[in-house]
Every structure is written in C-alpha cells, then in structure tokens.
Design a protein around this ligand. Sequence first.
Ligand code: DGT
Ligand code: CA
Ligand code: CA
Ligand code: ZN
Length: 578
Amino acid sequence: MDHRAIARVLREIGFFLQLKGENPFKTRAYEAAAARFEELPQDALEQLLARGTLTDLPGVGEAISKKVATLASTGALPLHQALRAEFPAGLLDLARVPDLGPKKIAALHRALGVASPSDLRRACEEGRVREVKGFGEKTEIRLLENLRSLERSGLRRPLGAVRPLALDLAQRLRRAPGVLRAEVAGSVRRFRETVGDLDIVVGAASADPVFDALVASPEVERVLGRGPTKCSVHLGGGLQVDVRVVGGEQFTTALHHFTGSKADHVRLRSLARERGLKISEWGVERADGSRLSIDGEEALYQALGMAYVPPELREDQGEVEAALRGPLPPLVEERQIQGFVHVHTTWSDGKDSVRAMAEAARERGGRYLAITDHSRSAGYAGGLDLPRLRAQWEEIAAVQRQVPEVLLLRGSEVDILDDGRLDFPDEVLAELDVVIGSVHSRLKLDEAAMTRRVLAAMDNPFLDILGHPTGRLLGAREPCPLDVGEVLSAAARAGVAVEVNGSPERLDLSAEHVRRASDLHVGLVLTPDAHGIGGLANLEYAVATARRGWAGPAEVLNCLDADAFRAALRSARARRCG
Ligand code: DGT
Ligand code: CA
Ligand code: CA
Ligand code: ZN
C-alpha cells in the first residue's frame, strides 16, 4: 500500500474515532500521523518498513507504527474495516462540507439521523438543523450555502489533490510488460484548477498486461469496467480513472485526443476537415483513407497548418486563431524562475527552519529566497510582533553566511487590516526587502467595501506585492467579493505587483485573472506560498496557472535575477513615494 493510501486510512480512522467521541489526543495522533505519511516519499516509507523503524518518524508511536506495518503488508486494517462498517458511508462525504467537523457531524447524526449530504440538505431546508443544540439559524443558512456550492462544483477536486495520484499511477503503468509510453492526459495535463476524473493514455503492444497492473494497484478500490482498449476504476474516495491503451503508432493522436478539451477538439476537427483530413484518437487520415504518420504533438499541429499549442492553453479561448496566425507568444517556464518569494518558516506557521528552507531553495536551483512569515495581527498563524521580526533578521543574517549560494531577502506577508492599513508601521516596512500584503480576516465584506480596503492597502508605498487577491480556497471557500478589474487597474497604475499563488488550494490569481493582469501589464510574482520544504514544489502550479493565463517571462518579476528583482521593487517604491 502506498504512502497516500496509508495516510487516507489513518485520517479516516481519526475521523471515525472523533465521531465516536474518543479522547482528542488519540484522534489527533491519527491526524498528525496521516499528515506525516502523506508527505513521506514512497522510497523512504519502504526503507522504514523494511528496517522496522517507522517510530523514527516524529509523531508516529508504537501503536500507529504497528497498524501501518499491517496496512502496508496486508492492504487492510481490521480496526479501519470495523469503523467503516459501524458508520454509514455518507458520513465521510459530509466531512467534505465546509464548516462541518466530526463533532458537528456526530451531533447531526445523533439528533436527526443525518447520514449524507443530501440528508443534511433536506434537514436544512426543513429548518430542523437550527433546532439541534449548538447550531442555530445562521449556521443552518451557512451550511445550506456550502452544500449548494459543493453541488455546483460537482465532485470536482482541486488539481493539487489528485495530480500526484495520476503521476504515480502513470509511473506504475510504465513498468507493466510491453508498455512503450504512458502519460497523464485530460484536465490534469491541461492543469485545470479542478478535476473531474483522471485520464491516462498508454502506448503498448497489448492492453491486458496494462489493465492487470492497473487493477492490481493498491490504490484501486473498484473496477468499474474493463474492455479491449479502456479500463475505468475507482480509487479511494470515489475518484475515477480512465485508462486507454493504444498501439505505439497511435500514441500521439490518442494522447492529444484524451488531453482535450472537448471544445478545443471541436475546433481542430473542423479545421482538419477544411484541409481534407480527419483526426481522431486513432490517427490522422487523408480523404483517400491513407494515414499520415504523426510522431509527437508538434507534428500533429504542423499537419493542421498551425503552430504548436501547449496543453495548458487548449480550452478554445483564442489559442486556435492565434496558432493559425503563427507561433504563440512564449509562455513562462519553471526553469526561468530565479527566486522563491513567499515562504513561511517555523517563525510563524511553517514547518521548517529558515536554514532548512534556504538549503531546500538551493537544492532546487533558486538564486534568492524571500522569507515572508506572517505579521503580528495574524495570531492564528503565529504572526511575528516587532521584536520577533527583528530577531528573525538576525537569524536570516546568520543563515546567509551558512548558505551563501542563495540570497536571503527579509520579507513579510503583512496582513491587510480591516481599514486597509498594513499590519506594520512604514518605518518597519521600509526595512523589509519584500512586502506582500494579504487579506486574511473579515473576508465577508461586500464588494465595494472589500475593493476599497484593498485599494487603500495599495496606497501604501511599501506594498510590493498583493498576495492571493481573492482569498479563495478551492472546494472550501468562494473568492471574496472583489472588483478584480478595478484592483488590477490600480496595481498597474501604482506599479504594485500581484501574486500568482501556487498553493494547490489557492491558485490565486486564477488563470482568467492572470490573463486580465497581463493585458494591463501588471507585474506578476509566481510563488509557492510554501509552509515547509516540500511546499517549494508548489511553484509548478503557480507557473502552470500563469501559463494558462498566457503570461510570458517578461511579465514575471521573479524571472529577474536577484539584483534586478530587488531593483525593480525598490524603484517601484521610489516612484510611489516620489
Ligand atoms: P474533467 O475530467 O471533467 O476534469 O475534464 P476532462 O477534460 O479531463 O474531460 P474528460 O475526462 O471527460 O475527457 C478528456 C478528453 O477525452 C475529452 O477531450 C474528451 C475525450 N473523451 C472522454 N471520454 C471519451 C470517450 O468515451 N470517447 C472518446 N472518443 N473520447 C472521450
Ligand atoms: Ca478527465
Ligand atoms: Ca475521463
Ligand atoms: Zn496568506
């Protein structure tokens, strides 16, 4: 069983134990251990299992380590199975409703027999939830809103929650006998921010060994259907995966077809017809039925008389017209990003030290790193008061001597207060190299008030970057009401840069807003918003979101080298002060 499946089982056990009202220390131990296993590289897990040293992991005690060993060797755990049998399956779905924790779920279950999201919806509509102790009318209204927005998004999941699973599964299929190639397709390959199901295309001599490997994968819970070229399965949590197997010579056209989007394909098919060609997943045919040999997607686009379109742009949003006119403008690439901006450390709510973050940034080829812990009002996130901020500067200076390869910048993710002021005085902000201003509190203002608040923050000459502007959390919190167009125009005027936050739960700015920002020539900063060394990998999602918004390297400030990046921020401040 792989590390993520183990994490899921532990998390479910924690959840069920909370439902039963077990000792909070015990339930928290399961949650903490789940978080550990989630992040633990698979080979490290296998080493610890082989040596019997799982308890070396912080937060993993004797009892849990035994259970994990059982899970890993047998693929199941009696305790988990017993708990699953004890409760209706719909209770796990209820855990996906925002604002609803295990305690509340247990209360609703006991009082009203609510056992699924649809039960809860009926209970809210009939006004029964407000009668339950600890709920009330306001909570009932909010829950109903949350349920509706969950239904609107369908069961789409945030990209970051499912892409690692898709990549792992493709990797596993690559090892099956006779496989030439296996790639993730569908919305995951296009980096859509939410994903309905996973699609994998395999080029292989025959399908059977591929599907055998698929259904034998420990992540697979249920086989939905198996045919000669397609096999669909459910992973844990009901996530569907469609795997298609084609011959090696059809791989390119199949990968292209199953990458989508559907809208994009409709356009390409009619273009092909105009050229006397027919494209499908099986290949490109001339009118006489003969086949073009197509090797690689570049060749496919060439056959259609157009420039290459990268997967991130295939949404029929003007890319087809642009590619018919000529090569598309260059899109930013991850290797062009020179500095990590927006990371947290143990000084606030990060898991790793300044030193560990600096070393990790160095390993990833970063030339600079802006340490941006939270400011004093962010009590929930361990925000720094002034003495601690200054103490951090000393540590940054010391780490700089130890890690000279990465220029460390003093920064802060400063709260934008209710009235639009920033959470540190100007004299302090002036001493920081990088000031990101973010809204973290009072997100429920109306649009006019929220827009005023953000515009007021941008009046501060020391605000370098507006952080995660809409505050959305994918699948959990809607964007706050904000006139994004107005804010972006003001940013362009004031020379304030705007963040493209790559934390998979945020992706904020969204791709759509990135496109508006780059039309307005707003400077962009692509960040990982990392809360630990693993989080630096989020940069990939920031880059993908920027690419989906057609952003090129010239618009991205942290494509500049360290000196030019600092100079750009300094001169923007000087213009605003002047
Ligand atoms: P999603 O899954 O909702 O996040 O979005 P996509 O774009 O991954 O949508 P999906 O999985 O329905 O389809 C991916 C591409 O594969 C899409 O361009 C259409 C194509 N496709 C999907 N199912 C079939 C099928 O059964 N037959 C054929 N010929 N094409 C299909
Ligand atoms: Ca899909
Ligand atoms: Ca699909
Ligand atoms: Zn933040």
